[in-house]
Design a protein around this ligand. Structure first.
Ligand code: IMP
Ligand code: MG
Length: 178
């Protein structure tokens, strides 16, 4: 698996620092609120489990799965594969996402959740690729900006592989060839 990585973009330690800062900021901003973290499976699951442990105020968690990707190119065709397990009316929903690229996934999800009358709804993404944006979506919390390159690791996959790498890497071009 390591042999497929061309270079490491963010080390475990760099990611840890960023997640710690996000957790501290969210803990301050949501003090006294009714925080519900909604993580998007599967990519955001590693970020979610680290982030929730950096949050020092009471919160609930739930998961949702959507699909829009095949290989490295976004199809823009978003589908809910697994919906939330609880009503979100009155909750301060914070969507926890791995990476914001075209924005189509988060546009669709926020539209779907908005009609369920949450108290508020905001977005926390660990990585943001602003150059890839096709839909007008802005995250309220951004961990790190990434260039317009395909990255893997820390939950992020290429054809369902590499999610278990503890750091963020860029794949060698020949990996996409096969
Ligand atoms: P968007 O709808 O284009 O913003 O796509 C966001 C989703 O695409 C993320 O939740 C990821 O699952 C996936 N994605 C976007 N860029 C990358 C990448 O560089 N590596 C792995 N997955 C990515
Ligand atoms: Mg994802």
């Amino acid at each position: 698996m390591k042999d497929d990585i061309q270079r490491v973009l963010y080390s475990e330690e760099e990611i840890r620092q960023t997640v710690r800062q996000l957790g501290a900021q969210i803990s301050r901003d949501y003090a006294g609120k009714n925080l519900l973290l909604v993580s998007i499976l599967k990519g955001a699951v590693v970020f979610m489990t680290d982030l929730m442990r950096e949050i020092t105020i009471p919160c609930r968690i739930d998961f949702m799965a959507v699909s829009s990707y095949s290989g490295t190119v976004s199809t823009g065709d978003v589908q809910i594969l697994k919906d939330l397990g609880m009503p979100i009316k009155g909750y301060d929903v914070l969507i926890v996402e791995d990476i914001l690229d075209s924005g189509r996934t988060l546009k669709y999800i926020t539209e779907q959740l908005q009609v369920r009358q949450p108290q508020s709804i905001r977005i926390c993404t660990l990585f943001d690729k602003p150059e890839g944006r096709k839909a007008p979506v802005k995250a309220d919390y951004v961990g790190m900006l990434v260039p317009n390159e395909f990255i893997v690791g820390y939950g992020l996959d290429y054809n369902e592989k590499y999610r278990n790498l503890p750091y963020i890497g860029v794949l060698k071009p020949e990996v996409y060839g096969g």
